[in-house]
Design a protein around this ligand. Sequence first.
Ligand code: DAH
Length: 350
Amino acid sequence: MNEKIIALQNEINEKLSSVADLAELDALRVAYLGKKGSITALLKGMKDLSVEEKKTFGAEVNSLKEFATEKIDEKLIELKEKEIAAEINAMPIIDVTAPADTDRGSYHPITLVQRQCEAIFKSMGFTVEDYPEVVTDYECFEALNIPKHHPARDMQDTYYLSNGQLLKTHTSAAQNAILKKYGKNLMENGVPIKAIFPGRCFRNEATDACHENTFFQMEGIMVDKAINISNLIYFMKSMLSEVFQKDIKVRLRPGFFPFVEPGFELDISCLICGGEGCPSCKHSGWLELCPCGMIHPNVLRDGGIDPEEYIGFAFGLGLTRLAMMKYGVKDIRNLNSGSLKALSQFTDDE
Ligand code: DAH
């Protein structure tokens, strides 16, 4: 083999053994294989050789080039692996099993109440449904027996999208879809519809201690053949007694909502004074908590269910209201404030 080639091969081997980082390796590659590198120069110099010499020398230079390329690539992999290992070694060790040294997060009081209500209703055979916050005018109003220009709409102004959709003003907006979803099973297999659907609602509302433009409700419906008001009272009473961990007295007063007939306001005996009368219940002994009623035939019909054969109840529980009562939150605005100081005091392990 040509002496020059042997010398270069040794030189490359030697230099490679002392290369410490990627920059040095790159410099080495340029020095041998770059445009002006020594191996490239050998190839260029071949033009002055005879045809015979070109054959043997050319083959030797090419194998030197291959050798150099291979060795440099090997070194590159070795250096990169070293670099990654060094990076890993430099990382702080995190023991994910160690107890946190900062305060633990907590659930929002509304989440706590919502989950509790969901668990109670599930145990009574209700399904829990999810429903979008952006809905159509049909879902929010028309399908609930509230036609365009009906005065009931005045109470529920909301935020409209440019495509005509709107942010739902009440969880009742899901009633139509739920009736359609489970109606077939009811009519063909006789399986009653029992569903609750919690959700965030929006209204164009001036805010104060009792009003917010964003709040949570939990709607519930039950439809079957012989449902009556005592079923409604039973489920509400069971749920509230469980939430407040004591027997809760309820009463119904007439209330008007276009999607129920008859409609009611369900009051509970004041939790603060036990029904004696105090400033919190405006000295009446009762707190208004949950509007409800027997589903209007038009609503059932729009949901694809024959009102001559089936009947049901619906209620719209104010989850935000319930959370305020349960945790003694005096100003509704605290709940949307994002203030950890206000919100992190509540836990579900009481
Ligand atoms: N959707 C009504 C509101 O937010 C509340 C309501 C009233 C819901 C009566 C019901 C009901 O399901 O039966 O003002």
